[in-house]
Design a protein around this ligand. Structure first.
Ligand code: GRF
Length: 304
């Protein structure tokens, strides 16, 4: 075994663990049933080997990064090939954990957000919470649901967020529904619109009204498993790794520029419910982050 190379982390606060190069450090078993982290692909970097030098490396991490060490206690770290581990990138992927900012973001600018939901609205609530804690410099101005029974409505009431129902059955076409959505969001002067579990296909009417400003959350690592049954499809396909994706919306369903992804392992015996629950937990983390990224991309928030 050669001498360990120092780990080069481009941004310590953002990086905790990487898998790269021929002498890979792999996690044996399940690192953390909640997810491996966010595969924001940056420049791959090499972890030191053998594994005992990794603990020295861990000790040298900044306080912020050490938060992640807690998450590793469930997992056993191993070195070398491990058949229980599925690295979708074939060793080229640097898996990073972008941490939420240690401090609430202080900026003059607060984004105005519109949210669309059809179901329980847990992602909507995660967005509101990120705004309330200051981890996202934004305000949810309006929630629109297409289904009067959507649980998201109850959440909006509890959270004090204005909401309204645009029942899709009352509109003659998808375009007409989207026109109504646009009219309401324009009246609320929102900067970005988030589809947080919107189970309707959207049209150019909405997409053109919010170019680069319309975000969707989907429960798979796109482009795998598009469509409404992504979690079931992942289970049926027998993949060992799935996750969620926040992306910009294009006309083709579940396509468009990826903003953030989080990978979630499929555990033995997982049901749709159990897997969905763990994917949801990651969605709640990446969705606020994706809003921030989308806003920075188009200069609505400073790059800093
Ligand atoms: C999420 O899994 C999202 O990815 C999908 O719909 C689900 C919405 O969940 N598009 P919730 O209503 O936010 O709890």
């Amino acid at each position: 075994m050669g001498a360990a190379q120092p780990l080069q982390i481009p941004d310590k606060s953002q990086a905790a663990v990487a898998m790269a190069g021929p002498s890979q450090l792999l996690f044996r078993g399940h690192l953390n049933p909640e997810g491996y982290g966010f595969p924001l692909i940056r420049k791959p970097f090499q972890l030191p080997a053998p594994v005992d030098q990794v603990s020295e490396f861990l000790e040298g991490l900044s306080e912020e990064s050490l938060v992640l060490e807690d998450r590793w206690q469930d997992g056993e770290m191993g070195h070398g090939q491990d058949s229980t581990f599925s690295d979708p990138s074939g060793g080229e992927l640097a898996v990073q954990w972008p941490l939420p900012p240690a401090q609430p973001i202080t900026t003059e600018r607060r984004l105005r957000l519109g949210v669309m939901a059809s179901g329980s609205g847990s992602n909507f609530e995660a967005l509101v919470q990120a705004c309330q804690t200051g981890h996202l410099s934004a305000e949810v101005e309006l929630l629109i649901v297409n289904n009067p029974n959507a649980g998201a409505l109850e959440r909006a009431k509890r959270l004090g967020i204005p909401s309204l129902v645009l029942d899709h059955r009352l509109y003659g076409s998808r375009q007409e529904l989207d026109q109504a959505l646009v009219a309401r969001f324009k009246a609320a002067q929102v900067d970005l619109v988030v589809m947080a579990g919107w189970m309707r296909i959207v049209t150019d009417t909405l997409i053109q009204a919010y170019p680069e400003r319309l975000i969707n959350i989907h429960p798979s690592l796109l482009p795998s498993f598009r469509g409404a049954k992504a979690i079931r499809q992942a289970l049926e396909a027998g993949v060992t790794l799935t996750g969620c994706t926040a992306h910009l919306v294009e006309l083709e369903v579940d396509s468009g520029q990826v903003l953030v992804q989080a990978a979630v392992p499929v555990l033995t015996g997982d049901s749709e419910e159990s897997l969905s629950e763990r994917i949801h937990r990651q969605e709640h983390r990446i969705l606020p982050l994706s809003v921030q990224i989308a806003a920075k991309r188009i200069g609505l928030l400073d790059q800093g």
